[in-house]
Design a protein around this ligand. Sequence first.
Ligand SMILES: [Zn+2]
Length: 326
Amino acid sequence: MTAKPAMLPAMFPLGQPAFVSHALDRAAHLRTDPERLMAMEDDPRARAYVVHRDSMILAREGDALRPRLKLDEARRLGANPGTVFLGLRDGAPVFGMGIAADAVEALLARADVMVGNIRALVTEGALAVEDLSAIAVAKSLVGWHQRHGFCANCGARTRLSQAGWRRDCASCNAEHFPRTDPVVIMMVTDGERCLLGRQPHFAPGMWSCLAGFVEAAETIEDAVRREVLEETGVRCTDVSYTMTQPWPYPSSMMIGCAARALSAEIVVDRNELEDARWFDRAEVALMLKRQHPDGLSGPHPFAVAHHLLGRWVAQAGAEAVAATAG
Ligand SMILES: [Zn+2]
């Protein structure tokens, strides 16, 4: 048997999925200071993350990859100048930049540069944890600018303002702000069992928590109860908040919750899920460690679902210790 060891436990310890550990001071007061912004672009300590859709551009130095490029280095590769001011890192300005598809194409052949899929880089541990939050901001905002060139109110062309944190329409004066889309993701339990689902695009054998977008004028609690009922027919109650994770695909906020099931029978909505079923706690523990005898696995430690499941598994350990001590 060739059970793989738990992946990257040191990189994403329990409670800290990807994109949550930030090294940036967002320094929002500087977004409205054009003189300081220009000076920061000329600062020799300034660095940029260059992103294109789900990928980013990294400098390759021997075996090492460097995600933060000098601004002139980024421009020489074809990145647009100072698109978004992300903030300050140890006092040095950090920017997010987009790059055109044909410029990316030209980089593919170069030995000193790598065009890497961000998600793959994260799961392979090729990026430092403290870079991930800033990369998520860059990815989310650069993508937003690329998709919002025209005013949703009047259709005229919009322009970037507030150092990349707003787009303005000169025709109707509308101000457009980047959106964050709330998604609930929930640990539904029934005593020693929890409810997990499989989406068709998941890797074979992988199961995860149910999730879905919060709808207009809906509470987080209602969204959890509705999504679980729609996808599996299970009714639940006692919804509580656990933790959040920014998810820049393209700009979601994963709101990790817990809920208690009131019913057990599962009726899977096959339009949403490939399958759903109950798993006992011992089974989930093996899935997270990738030691399940049938090869089943849980979500990767970079995703919040891994941490929701991990906490639930750890809780049993704590309860057992408490019971023994009692
Ligand atoms: Zn307009």
